[in-house]
Write a new protein. Structure first.
Length: 364
């Protein structure tokens, strides 16, 4: 299949606004636990060329790919970013959400704290029942943002082990339950290897090792990119004019091997499938004027909304997203607004599950 342009002519002149992506989503359709097995979820298949909608299982994915097709996944790994500390003197319980490591040598971290009003520069925070970790607040970055310096005697590896032992799986805030041992495994893809995400690339969570092996036996190839998903993925869009929305920057890497494999698939006119919105954003961040993928190591804040000329991927695996989310807008740009609107109405009618632990959609 060629890398055709999937612009929808009748939509090109339309100006898309935030309110156009609102819809009534029953709360019971927002999944708060994963399906029994990764490929047990429902799969809705959208055919852009005909407007046809099929209802399948994720285990049926292999039917839609052939020898030489390329499936591109995000191998970022979620780390246990949510910690709890006690403030010195008062003992007040404070949630500390780790965002990113700023300086390895000095153990400086960018974090969010809650409640923030109690946390000032110079305050010390104590982590663990036996105060295994102590951190000092050295800067205010935003209303909830702080820079912490962790005070720890030991190697960086020992420090990270301690952090991981104290941290909890950073489930999205709309999931009200406490994280379980199962979440450590299931809020993660089977190909996760490069630690740095505070949210999982959820489309990839549908792929099991068994299914990927069956696909490889059929001649379907996989390439891996890295985009460390930040909390910005959950931030609400506050402006009606989408062109005024600014995405938070996220770190991404496409190495030479991944770029080469994807470009060979493009040259051979094979399918290139982006598994998730993070992969799609990565591919569109680093593309040449010849519509080929270029190796990349840096940061991206690309915001994709309709109309948009996709240059690399010819199909996409994604989840069902929340109303007015940047994720839904990107998917709408790829599928076409009318088709996605129709698909979401059908998904609600047929009780598909939405968001992080929800069902999957394949757009061809």
């Amino acid at each position: 299949m060629g890398n055709a342009l999937y612009l929808h002519p009748k939509n090109i002149t339309m100006k898309y606004k935030l309110s156009m992506f609102n819809f009534d989503l029953p709360e019971k359709l927002i999944a708060d636990t994963p399906p029994k097995t990764r490929d047990d979820a429902k799969l809705m298949v959208l055919h852009r060329s005909t407007g046809e909608i099929e209802h399948k299982k994720v285990s049926d994915l292999i039917e839609y790919f052939d020898d030489g097709d390329m499936i591109c996944v995000n191998n970022t790994k979620v780390f246990p970013a949510r910690l709890y500390a006690n403030k010195e003197k008062t003992g007040a319980r404070i949630e500390v959400f780790l965002l990113r490591e700023l300086n390895k040598k000095n153990r400086l971290w960018d974090v969010l704290v809650d409640p923030a009003r109690k946390i000032r520069i110079g305050n010390k925070l104590f982590f663990g029942e036996n105060d295994e970790l102590i951190a000092e607040v050295i800067d205010n970055t935003t209303s909830r943002g702080r820079t912490l310096r962790f005070l720890y005697d030991g190697t960086h590896e020992e420090f990270k082990e301690t952090l991981n032992s104290l941290g909890k799986t950073p489930l999205p805030s709309f999931i009200k339950r406490e994280p379980t041992a199962q979440d450590t495994e299931r809020y993660q893809t089977v190909f996760a290897k490069n630690e740095g995400a505070v949210a999982a690339p959820t489309a990839g969570m549908h792929l099991s090792k068994t299914q990927m092996l069956k696909m490889q036996i059929k001649g379907i190839d996989f390439s891996e990119i890295t985009l460390h998903v930040g909390l910005g993925t959950f931030h609400p869009i506050m402006v009606e004019d989408l062109s005024k929305h600014k995405m938070e920057s996220e770190q991404m890497i496409i190495d030479e091997n991944a770029a080469k494999k994807i470009n060979i698939a493009l040259k051979n006119r094979k399918k290139v499938c982006a598994v998730g919105t993070t992969v799609m954003r990565s591919l569109e961040t680093s593309v040449s004027t010849k519509r080929e993928v270029i190796p990349f190591d840096g940061w991206t804040n690309i915001f994709i909304f309709p109309p948009y000329d996709f240059k690399i991927a010819s199909c996409m695996l994604t989840n069902f997203h929340l109303p007015k989310s940047s994720l839904m807008m990107q998917v709408s740009a790829f599928s076409g607004y009318e088709l996605l609107t129709k698909a979401y109405k059908e998904a609600i009618k047929k009780k598909y599950k939405f968001h992080t632990f929800g069902d999957a959609m394949l757009i061809l």
